[in-house]
Design a protein around this ligand. Sequence first.
Ligand SMILES: CC(C)(COP(=O)(O)OP(=O)(O)OC[C@H]1O[C@@H](n2cnc3c(N)ncnc32)[C@H](O)[C@@H]1OP(=O)(O)O)[C@@H](O)C(=O)NCCC(=O)NCCS
Length: 173
Amino acid sequence: MTNIRLLTPDDTPQYVTIWRKALVEQAEYFRIALADNPAQDIPTRFGNDSFTLGVFSNGSLKGSVSIERDSRIKFRHKALLFKMFVDGELAGKGVGRALITQAMDLAAQVDGLRQLYLTVLASNRRAIHLYTSLGFVEFAHEPEAVLIGDSYVDEIQMVHFLNGKHSEKILNT
Ligand SMILES: CC(C)(COP(=O)(O)OP(=O)(O)OC[C@H]1O[C@@H](n2cnc3c(N)ncnc32)[C@H](O)[C@@H]1OP(=O)(O)O)[C@@H](O)C(=O)NCCC(=O)NCCS
């Protein structure tokens, strides 16, 4: 049985374990390297505008996604969606879609928050398909942004406006 809930500090040991494994075994999907941050603690505060959701299967953490609102006065309408991952054993079953949908629903309830943005490697067709199907649109494309192994990979930045209107505008221009 799978369930999705907000992570608390008590979930840190499981979180650290799955992310250390993911960053090594699926390094080609991530812009961060384990060596840059070996601790891999839960990266967000435990509030309503900075949180990490986890998906559990039979009590074990199998994936997560984080939302971090910008705290600066002039940027508080924006939040970063990052560190999205679902364990391979659950992949392709709609779990990633459920996880990010719940994160978006929680973000939509945050007063004054208008947009979610994210960065994804241009080679990650599966994640781009998922984000696009949920209303994220590309607004920037950085060539050769990341060095993965001995290949330079482009990065795409995407945005989702929580009221929907601006995303339609970007798509129509
Ligand atoms: C990306 C990821 C989170 C998706 O999680 P998931 O549980 O497998 O996703 P879902 O099953 O909910 O949906 C996957 C969607 O991608 C589609 N998909 C699967 N493989 C695909 C591929 N190679 N190319 C394009 N789309 C693909 C599926 O058909 C599905 O779309 P649909 O609902 O329209 O049919 C997960 O695969 C993952 O953790 N990947 C490695 C880490 C990663 O890439 N993280 C994102 C970093 S930005």
